[in-house]
Ligand binder design. Structure first.
Ligand code: DX5
Ligand code: ZN
Length: 227
């Protein structure tokens, strides 16, 4: 399986965001995970399409994985598509019409994904999985970086991987929250292929060192090589 590491810029230094993203990509990260919070669906407020567009203008060419923790979702989707988003994922409970929102993301030229909180059941996947490019399982409750991994999400990962295989699909399975070198191996063994890591990556090394992310990304890859 091709594994992808997606550092969450939520834990980056926002005062130097372009440089932070350049450094983490140079260190071998595959995807930029972009957490959008609205102080309504989740109790925190972060960044929007202008920042996504600024990263593209800065020269970022890697996929940008926009994780919408906003309600409602539809209004903001075309803005993120114009701003250069690659994936746009949303929480099913934040949309009145899940199928319509998936279609809107696709029509806007982006790759749609659904995000499931730790206690959210997976039943909507019965009717949506074949329309998605990504399933994102939250292994913390959304809103903040640096929380502890919730282990029952491993069972959900195994279940989603089984569904993807049974249907012969090539949907990515991503996990978000509390992932680091100590647990990435067991997460991969549960069938996950794309790993968000915020505090584990951006908390690494000394702030002044542009190569400070090399060793943490290498440590994550070394664990993945053991699968
Ligand atoms: C939480 C966000 C995550 C967060 C993960 O709501 O969706 O992407 O940045 O942070 P860590 O890896 O520190 O748990
Ligand atoms: Zn996220």
């Amino acid at each position: 399986m091709a594994y992808r590491i997606a550092p969450s810029i939520l834990s980056a230094n926002f005062a130097r965001l372009g440089e932070e993203v350049d450094n983490v990509l140079k260190s071998g990260a595959d995807i930029v995970h972009f957490d959008v919070m609205d102080n309504h669906y989740v109790p925190n407020l972060t960044i929007g399409p202008l920042v996504c567009e600024a990263l593209r203008k800065h020269g970022v060419t890697a996929p940008i994985d926009v994780h919408l923790m906003v309600k409602p979702v539809d209004r903001i989707i075309p803005d993120f598509a114009k701003a250069g988003a690659t994936y746009i994922t949303f929480h099913p409970e934040a949309s009145e019409h899940i199928d319509r929102t998936i279609g809107l993301i696709r029509e806007s030229g982006c790759k749609p994904g659904l995000v499931f909180n730790p206690a959210t059941p997976l039943d909507v996947l019965d009717w949506t999985l074949d329309k998605l490019d990504m399933v994102l399982l939250m292994s913390v409750n959304p809103g903040f970086g640096g929380q502890k991994f919730i282990p029952h999400v491993l069972d959900k990962a195994r279940q989603v991987r089984r569904m993807i295989e049974e249907r012969g699909l090539s949907v990515s399975l991503e996990i978000d929250g509390g992932v680091g070198p100590a647990n990435i191996l067991e997460v991969a063994k549960a069938g996950v292929d794309t790993f968000v890591a915020g505090s584990a990556v951006f908390g690494a090394g000394k702030d002044s060192d542009p190569q400070r992310y090399n060793s943490i990304i290498a440590a994550l890859r070394a664990e993945l090589a053991k699968v």
